[in-house]
Design a protein around this ligand. Structure first.
Ligand SMILES: CC(C)(COP(=O)(O)OP(=O)(O)OC[C@H]1O[C@@H](n2cnc3c(N)ncnc32)[C@H](O)[C@@H]1OP(=O)(O)O)[C@@H](O)C(=O)NCCC(=O)NCCS
Length: 142
């Protein structure tokens, strides 16, 4: 993801997370300033149609956000994107984790398919009464 991609990414973000959206400045900050941030886009015909972000801190990777544009969902793109970033993170990380809303059955099914397991609950993570499930996967053994 480059600075030029951010407006298109933020459009997808607004439509994908109506109950809580990152600001456009949050994306600029992640891409330009966060030394731990690693952000990727999926493009088709030079248009951004999906994105994924993660933080890598020493040997731990944490997915911060992922979405595919509505009209491109159900085609296996997020599986390809996750496989790509899991291989990328595997070079330096032993584990990858993420938070997901309990009611987001589609995302939970995706993560389970990619080998993630439940690790616990973060209470009120998305606001009062809105808990997050923590999911994680081991990327390599040592
Ligand atoms: C979650 C999301 C990224 C999945 O992207 P996608 O490219 O449509 O997913 P894929 O086509 O790669 O499907 C991957 C797996 O997700 C699950 N899945 C996808 N669409 C599904 C649906 N409509 N119902 C149930 N499971 C579904 C399936 O397990 C699927 O694997 P399969 O095709 O082998 O059955 C997409 O739905 C999205 O952007 N949602 C809004 C944002 C969001 O919720 N992000 C996750 C925040 S934690």
């Amino acid at each position: 993801m480059t600075v030029e991609d951010v407006p298109a990414v933020h459009e997808i973000e607004k439509r994908s997370f109506p109950s809580g959206t990152w600001s456009i400045d949050a994306f600029y900050h992640e891409v330009e300033k966060n030394e731990f941030g690693h952000y990727f886009v999926v493009e088709a015909e030079e248009e951004v149609i999906g994105y994924l972000g993660m933080w890598i801190v020493i040997d731990q990777a944490q997915i911060t956000t992922v979405a595919i544009r509505e009209d491109k969902r159900g085609m296996g793109l997020s599986k390809i994107l996750l496989e790509y970033i899991m291989n990328y993170a595997r070079l330096t990380c032993e584990m990858m984790s993420l938070e997901v809303r309990e009611e987001n059955a589609v995302a939970r099914a995706l993560y389970e398919k990619m080998g993630f397991s439940y690790g616990g609950l973060r209470r009120d993570y998305y606001g009062a009464g809105q808990d997050a499930k923590v999911m994680w996967v081991r990327l390599r053994d040592e």
